[in-house]
Design a binder for this molecule. Structure first.
Ligand code: ZN
Length: 732
């Protein structure tokens, strides 16, 4: 035994000197079981034949990765070596809360070197990168506690297994992250096999981590909810994970769903909050918050992720829960442009890397991200990519019966370049009866509201109000006035001056552009959308994220609550059935809202006396005079019952205000076309794709079903490193 110990030391010195970089595996193979004679032979053989010869000298190992479903190697006959506690000395496990371990470890690995050269340890060393930082200290520490278990000295040196409860908690919280990269849960983190219960005296390897997180939490202000929101930037993978974890944690009031995919195939993942997630409820207004439409304008994306976690944390007796979650359906799309975000984030990272830019100044984050990543992967500015219905309105506005609502998408639009992100959002906007919306941007500190496109072609800055100017102004005021500094006269602006208007402005008066999302919302649906410019810095430094959340939190909550303003009700027939698609108009406002599936409608409007009229094809009109007091906690209820009448013959200009029944949307729906490709049988020759713009839903990866099953991208991490390939990481 003394000899062997000595040999180990000698071997380390010798072989590391000979193989400073490349030989850890054969070195380890040799050193584990060789006796002195073999060692001499080994050195001789090595000298003669070089690297490839080394393992000749090692006794045969029965090492079949995955063969016994444990991935562990069998080293043949056991050596009679009394176990002792020793220092851990594993670089990736040096932050465990104990310093001494014992071999063989829980997997039966006999030495530090065997651990270091195994795929299990390699996985722990790369897991942070593979999962984009998600769950990485947790999984690493958990894995380390299996590879290098705590050594208990008395009564005799023995390994202490880690707690099953800790393993199960990690598995629950992080299992989806592995699914996300198509990786199986590592066999050695099997909570049943390699972990122990509390009554067996297990060790909790994650206790110090939790203690650290609690310190972070206790530094937050006391009125913050009792959940750990990490005020850092989130990669796309981390964003998906935060959304899914939040929805899982709050499954009684939340769920995630996809509205489509980006040009590069990334999920456009939305999260909803309501008392009864998954569908519309009669008279419950729906709102949406959209962030990161411009990929380089990132603060809104972060704020929406914090908002989702905040909503998940409010308890049922808090006012925010009563007024929001119980009575509203809130949809959050934190990133409308994840492809652009990735570019912008990489740019900022480069500029912050001193090796990339030796003369970089400290404010690099302000100088960068200004334009890189603004557009989507096809270089389309998504806020110029929606159907330009505003021009159609302007062209027809002098026609008496032409109305400012539910203008169909013109055929010509479908022949242009349409981003898949734009398409997904259009489909979303059309399928949910949204009442109001906010699109979160950056680069200025102001709220702008429609129209964004000037009513005079050659006037770049011209006040161009919608018929709902008063409602829009109030909506914009709601956000600006609850924001810490937006309405503040002394705030230094980023270039423009909005002092006279108190931090809000008509979009076209600020600067005019066609094809914007807010104009489309207004002219194609019932939804009133404002644009929130959150600040001068489009990509603020990470330290700004928490202060920005505090500056915007009340504003976001007030904005959402303001959907319960104005009136709402149901338009029914005489038998009590709701009438879908009925119009509700307000005298003096040339824009109708239409009723949803069950005849319910919402109408944001200011206080005062109004005449409201409900009408539907085949029914008589009904008008009501209402008085809306200035301060109402809820929307006023105005219901209508319409009588059936014989249908009137259609007049010559009827088509001008015909509702969306003749809409081109369904005829041109590119997604429907795409789906028929996705369904072709495997093995069958695929039909050639119709020529269409890239990103129109024709990108590989969107359908997925017919893609070849290849090794996942992370497989290279393992095969190139020279370890036995961990087939146990492959799913199925
Ligand atoms: Zn923007």
């Amino acid at each position: 035994m003394g000899d062997q110990m000595l040999l180990e030391v000698v071997l380390e010195g010798q072989w590391e000197a000979l193989f400073p970089l490349t030989c850890s595996t054969p070195y380890q193979a040799c050193h584990i079981t060789m006796d002195t004679t073999e060692y001499k032979t080994c050195l001789t053989v090595f000298t003669l034949f070089g690297v490839l010869s080394i393992c000749w000298c090692a006794p045969q190992r029965f090492c079949e990765p995955g063969g016994d479903n444990s991935g562990r190697c069998n080293n043949g006959p056991d050596e009679e070596k009394p176990a002792v506690c020793s220092e851990i000395n594993l670089g990736y496990c040096n932050d465990l809360d104990y310093s001494r371990t014992i071999f063989p470890n829980i997997l039966g690995q006999q030495s530090r070197h065997e651990v270091e050269s195994g795929p299990e340890y390699l996985l722990l060393s790369v897991i942070h990168g593979l999962l984009n930082g998600e769950c990485s200290p947790d999984i690493r520490l958990l894995g380390c506690s299996v590879l290098a278990p705590r050594c208990q000295e008395l009564p005799s040196p023995a390994p202490v297994k880690s707690c099953r409860s800790a393993c199960e908690a990690v598995r629950k919280g992080c299992g989806h992250a592995f699914e996300g990269i198509d990786m199986a849960w590592p066999y050695f983190l099997d909570c049943d096999r390699f972990f122990a219960g509390e009554q067996e005296g297990c060790h909790d390897p994650l206790a110090p981590l939790r203690a650290r997180q609690e310190v972070v939490f206790s530094n937050l202000s006391p009125d913050e909810p009792s959940t750990i929101i990490q005020f850092t930037y989130h990669s796309n993978a981390q964003m998906y994970s935060v959304l899914k974890r939040t929805a899982a944690k709050c499954s009684h009031i939340s769920r995630t769903y996809s509205i489509g995919r980006s040009t590069e195939g990334k999920d456009l993942l939305a999260i909803e909050f309501t008392d009864n997630p998954g569908g519309h409820e009669l008279l419950e207004p729906e709102i949406k918050l959209v962030g990161n439409m411009h990929g380089n304008e990132v603060l809104g994306r972060q704020l929406l992720l914090y908002l989702a976690q905040y909503l998940c944390s409010v308890s049922p007796w808090q006012p925010a829960y009563q007024t929001l979650v119980n009575t509203t359906r809130i949809h959050i799309l934190a990133s409308m442009n994840p492809d652009g975000y990735e570019l912008a984030a990489a740019e900022v990272e480069d500029s912050n890397d001193p090796e990339q830019q030796p003369h970089h100044n400290q404010e690099g984050h302000e100088l960068n991200g200004w334009t890189v990543g603004r557009t989507n992967a096809q270089n389309l500015d998504l806020n110029r990519n929606f159907p330009d219905l505003t021009s159609i309105l302007y062209r027809n506005r002098r026609i008496k019966r032409f109305r400012t609502d539910h203008i169909p998408i013109p055929d010509s639009y479908w022949f242009g370049k349409i981003a898949s992100e734009t398409y997904a959002v259009m489909k979303w906007i059309r399928s949910v009866p949204f009442v109001q919306s906010a699109s979160l941007h950056g680069g200025e500190l102001v709220i702008s509201y429609p129209f964004d496109f000037s009513r005079h072609l050659h006037e770049e800055r011209m006040f161009s109000p919608t018929p709902d100017e008063q409602a829009f102004k109030q909506l914009a005021r709601t956000y600006a006035d609850s924001h810490a500094s937006m309405a503040d006269n002394n705030t230094e602006r980023c270039g423009a001056s909005f002092i006279r208007s108190g931090g809000i402005i008509n979009g076209a008066l600020w600067y005019s552009f066609p094809g914007g999302m807010s104009d489309f919302n207004y002219l194609h649906t019932n939804c009133l959308e404002i644009t929130v410019e959150l600040g001068c810095d489009k990509f603020p430094s990470e330290e700004e994220l928490y202060p920005e959340w505090l500056r915007n939190k009340e504003a976001l909550l007030s904005f959402m609550e303001s959907v319960h303003r104005g009136i709402k009700g149901v338009v029914k027939d005489e038998e009590g059935y709701g009438i879908k698609g009925a119009s509700v108009s307000v005298r003096g406002i040339r824009k109708d809202v239409t009723t949803a599936e069950e005849g319910d409608y919402w109408r944001l409007m200011n206080s005062g006396t109004h005449i409201i009229t409900a009408s539907a094809k085949g029914y008589s009109k009904v008008s009501k005079r209402i008085y809306l007091p200035a301060h109402m906690e809820k929307a006023g209820r105005v219901n209508f019952v319409l009588k059936k009448v014989p249908v009137q013959p259609v007049g010559p200009d009827y088509h001008l205000f015909l509702r969306s029944s003749l809409d081109t949307y369904d005829r041109f729906d590119p997604y429907n076309h795409f789906q028929s490709y996705g369904r072709s049988e495997p093995g069958e020759p695929r039909e050639p794709r119709e020529p269409r713009e890239p990103g129109m839903g024709g990108e590989p990866g969107m359908g997925g079903e017919w893609q070849e099953k290849e090794k996942p991208w992370w497989w290279n991490y393992f095969t190139q490193a020279g370890v036995s390939a961990p087939t146990w990481l492959l799913r199925n």
